[in-house]
Design a binder for this molecule. Sequence first.
Ligand code: SF4
Length: 488
Amino acid sequence: MRFRLKQPYRLRSWQGLPHVVLDADRLALAPLSAKEFACLELCDGSVDLDLPTIPADVREAAADLACRGLIEPCAPGEGIDPEQAHRSFPNRFVRLIHWSITGRCNYHCRHCLMDAGSKGAVSSVAGGGREPSFAEIEAIADQIAACGIPAVALTGGEPLLRADFAAIAELLSRRGIRIAAISTNGSLVREELLDTLEELGQRPQFVLSFDGVGHHDWLRGVPGAEAAAEHAIRLLDRRGFRTVATLTAHSGNMDSIVETALALSSWGARELDVSLMCDEGRWVEDEAGREYRSLSAAELAEALIAAIPAYFEAGLARGRLPLERLRLGPMLTVDAARPKDFRITVEYPPGRPASYPLMRRERLEPYLSVEGRLMPSMVLAGTEFAEALGEQPFPLLSETPLRACLADSTFLEYVGVSAEDYLHENPGCAACPHFPKCLGGSRVNAILHDPTHPLAPDPLTCELFRDGWVEKARAAATEASRRFVGGK
Ligand code: SF4
């Protein structure tokens, strides 16, 4: 019998991961034994596994792989797509790169990290106002493909402002790179753009900023921004593109979260992700004379916890929570399909080993700045930290090829810090009862707070645990789930 690897699987090897299958839809890896891997190399439709020359253990492995849904029987001549065949890359695996393809913007958001939309730039690393040429984009895309990175999330500035956006989407598609997401303010989402993406076989999710019903225009600095966002979300929904809305919380819009969630849901958004205003970039530069301000940890926690019962109650009225997923910053993440399985966002699941990498997500999904610098997170591009890196900056792709950045570099050293490294620097946390679920909090938050101490405790997370906000959020969600979801 002949077998072939099913779609969307790809047979791959990366540094430290010699035998894996990549699920190109979910961007997830399934580990394989050496025997399973050897068997999969024969599952391209060209080899009859019943031949007497095929060892019995290979046939047994094929039976197991078929049970796992990785392979399927096929007729002679029914091969695999060339993309699925085994490829080996000498660098570490990266699932996706968040890539700023422009520092330009048509909005003037009051909290822009990179001061996009202005002539100057808050940070030279952030790259506000600048834009790589098409040739530079093409060269970087070649490097991304050569490292076996299956996907990118395009961001800016406003990425759709590029006149050559369709050509960029086309060059990525030609290299087999999936556009997993496009971060946009929504003002330039048009039918023609969606036609182009569809023709290329790309179906990214749109990450669309929306900062509260009645508040969006103020934060975005453009009258009509709210109406444009609504129009874009409705269009994306009608065309079958998924929208994840992001709301940046400040003192002015915190009371509108539930109203905003309901409005977004009625327009067709699937998720809302509430995050805390970051005291960086233009938000800090333009502080004078502004009517709203950032929230303290306690104010944020109180407001988010207050939104929990109202959101669940709104869900009851509809028979289902309004959005597929709501993430109330550090306090709560709840899925409409499983509201009783809510989780407190800031908590790590217990039982993480000492070697657990604290920047796992940043290692798997790093950020590439406008100037082509590989960094753990976009949020850091606007900080003193990025500018103060000076003698040992994160690598620039024009100087260090991406393959080398992902094999041995300051970037890898940085994102490789473990829970053990953290405790070595902060022995006091070892005695804290919250440590197993806190692990010192977010490394990115800690760096934003004190760029000179990347392994210091994250003060926001520490306060949420030690002042009881985590337990208050859990109690509010448990009670809301009991009252409003019941046996559903
Ligand atoms: S809550 Fe604070 S003291 Fe406790 S482990 Fe976390 S960072 Fe350390």
